[in-house]
Design a protein. Structure first.
Length: 81
């Protein structure tokens, strides 16, 4: 795009910058959400909560399924038995 095009789009620069920042935030949030080591830590904590009686078996299975789905998404492996 030439100089004229850049001048015409100059008023949109703040919006374009905001969209770039938003994309960066979303990308980082997804990276953290699907981080296998974070998911494994959550699975370990979930098991501790089950063993201590904080949660029941149904709640454990529901949360475990969600975590295993995230882990599968991040690694491409199927962890279900």
């Amino acid at each position: 795009m030439g100089l004229l095009g850049e001048l015409l789009l100059l008023p949109l620069a703040p919006a374009r910058g905001s969209l770039w920042v938003l994309r960066q935030v979303v990308d980082e949030a997804e990276r953290q959400y699907y981080d296998p080591s974070a998911i494994r830590r959550e699975l370990a904590r979930l098991e501790e909560r089950l063993e201590s009686g904080e949660i029941d078996e149904d709640e454990f299975e529901r949360a475990e399924d969600e975590l295993l789905d995230r882990l599968q998404h991040s690694t491409g492996q199927d962890f279900r038995q």
